[in-house]
Design a protein around this ligand. Structure first.
Ligand SMILES: Cc1cc2nc3c(=O)[nH]c(=O)nc-3n(C[C@H](O)[C@H](O)[C@H](O)COP(=O)(O)OP(=O)(O)OC[C@H]3O[C@@H](n4cnc5c(N)ncnc54)[C@H](O)[C@@H]3O)c2cc1C
Length: 479
């Protein structure tokens, strides 16, 4: 169930073991899930740029096996945009000082000194906690806006506990020490990690190319992905799932792999799961995501792969320049496609806006940021991605345990895998690993535990304040 990276990896692995599979995907045209590559008039764009990197060699090898030479190695450039200036990301002292200028640097230091002399005693909110560590001016520049955009919550309402845990060990002194190190010097964490941060692999035609290729391999083997088949009902009796109803058709089988969001999965069980399980699954939360791709009549807009927008006056959280990921993402090198990323909740004002309004908003904001002139925008396209981020609030683990214990005890032939499938903030590599595990459990009775695949952040990049990381609590608790 689901033809994202996890569902397709499970099918790919099962077919290698000679196990016949049927993949059911609700989308009428795309495979790849969140890692699809959308297409519009010859342009290709991601739902949030997708880097391919993994500490797991088996996954790296699998990507090479699937796409071979079509996997490019790309250099990374990403910066923070704030008040008309670009700050290197990760931050570097020389660049930060040059950008701030002597006057603003003195102001930041004075604000820091003030915070040290007059700290919030017993800080309760994220704002108070970070201000104590860095002073109010730096808090506003590098912490406040982006955190609020990502989570949709004021930093006054986010608990200080979360900040203390998320940003532990980070204070002014360690920041200065880290940023004074030149970027290129090998650090303790090793050259390999540094390379992963500064370079990544990327399919020539975007992440969707990987999943379109797997779709083709399956089809060539006589097992085409069934598109436009939304799973509506999952029937079970006598301790096992017996069939799935999708797109008006009934599909039976011996084993069922679900990469559906757990909330949706439990809703579809027939007969219904016990009340406590339904309540637990219904209490899992998600953050949703809208990408607006604008096609620009200019060859060079900015050199970065992506830019974090810390500017408070605009709603956009991040910009992607897809031709900098791969030149083949645009139909003509004289043109550019910029993706504007908006974090939102399904059903809120942004989510419900018409495509035309979203394209107008994105055009306005890109012009306000000084990136393009409105008349350079040739065209636009919108993708709404529900449940882009599984939310780790204070209660999610308890709810997840309820669902998992019931499912394992009562429906052992239902196998959960993937990101929302396990409610884990997994990148593609870990989503795929969980799928490999369940496929091997089915094919060989390996008895491995997909829940043990770890989502750790260490090698990705320095943990960003305010952005979900891959370990620990991901969403700030409200006060
Ligand atoms: C903004 C953003 C940036 C990211 N960047 C990166 C990155 O740089 N590198 C990286 O490796 N990973 C990245 N990821 C993570 C990556 O997208 C996920 O790990 C991966 O897509 C998860 O795969 P999945 O198959 O578990 O789930 P999904 O991709 O969510 O796929 C699930 C599939 O199930 C289908 N489905 C849902 N309900 C039904 C139903 N009822 N019936 C049938 N089908 C259904 C969906 O349509 C979808 O195709 C990013 C994610 C986001 C949100």
């Amino acid at each position: 169930m689901g033809a994202g990276p996890a569902g397709l990896t499970a099918a790919y692995e099962l077919s290698k073991h000679g196990v016949p599979v049927t993949v059911l995907e609700k989308d009428p045209s795309y495979v790849g899930g969140i890692a699809r590559t959308a297409q519009h008039a010859g342009y290709r764009f991601d739902i949030g740029g997708h880097r391919f990197f993994s500490k797991n060699q088996e996954i790296e090898d699998l990507w090479t096996e699937i796409l071979g030479d079509e996997m490019l190695t790309r250099g990374r450039l990403s910066r923070i945009y704030y008040q008309g200036r670009y700050f290197d990301y990760p931050l570097r002292a020389t660049n930060a000082l040059r950008n701030l200028g002597p006057l603003e640097t003195v102001r930041c230091m004075a604000s820091y000194a003030w915070a040290k002399v007059h700290p919030y005693k017993d800080p309760r909110s994220l704002r108070q906690w970070v201000t104590n560590q860095f002073g109010d001016r730096l808090f506003r520049m590098f912490f406040k806006t982006y955190t609020e955009k990502v989570w949709g919550t004021s930093t006054d309402e986010i608990s200080a506990d979360w900040a203390a845990q998320r940003i532990k060990g980070l204070d002014m002194w360690s920041l200065i020490k880290t940023t004074l190190l030149p970027r290129g010097r090998p650090k303790e964490r090793g050259q390999v990690i540094k390379t992963l941060i500064e370079e990544f692999r990327y399919p020539r035609l975007g992440p969707g190319q990987m999943w379109e290729r797997v779709q083709k391999v399956l089809a060539d083997g006589g097992q085409p992905v069934r598109l436009g088949r939304a799973v509506e009902r999952i029937e079970w009796s006598d301790g096992k799932v017996t069939a799935v109803l999708a797109g008006g058709e009934v599909f039976s089988g011996t084993d069922f792999v679900s990469t559906l969001p757990i909330r949706d999965l439990v809703e579809k069980l027939q007969p219904p799961a016990p009340e406590a399980v339904r309540r637990a699954a219904g209490s899992l939360n998600y953050r949703d995501f809208v990408t607006v791709a604008l096609m620009i009549d200019r060859a060079d807009v900015f050199p970065d792969n992506w830019i974090y927008i810390h500017e408070p006056g605009v709603q956009v959280g991040r910009l992607q320049n897809f031709k900098n990921w791969s030149p083949d993402m645009v139909p003509d090198p004289a043109l550019t496609c910029i993706g504007l990323e908006y974090f939102c909740f399904e059903g809120d004002g942004l989510w419900e806006s018409t495509d035309a309004d979203l394209i107008a908003l994105a055009t306005r904001e890109l012009a306000e940021l000084g990136m393009v002139r409105p008349e350079e925008v040739l065209d636009g396209a919108v993708v709404r991605m529900p449940k882009a981020y599984p939310v780790y609030d204070d209660h999610y683990q308890r709810h997840l345990d309820v669902v998992r214990e019931w499912q394992e005890a009562n429906l052992p032939n239902l196998h959960l895998a993937g990101r929302n499938g396990l409610h884990k903030y997994n990148n593609q590599d870990h989503s795929m690993l969980t799928a490999l595990i369940v496929a091997r459990n089915i094919a060989t009775g390996a008895g491995l535990d997909p829940w043990k695949v770890n989502a750790d952040a260490e090698y990705h990049e320095e943990v960003r304040v305010g952005e979900a990381d891959r370990s620990g609590r991901q969403v700030p608790a409200r006060l």
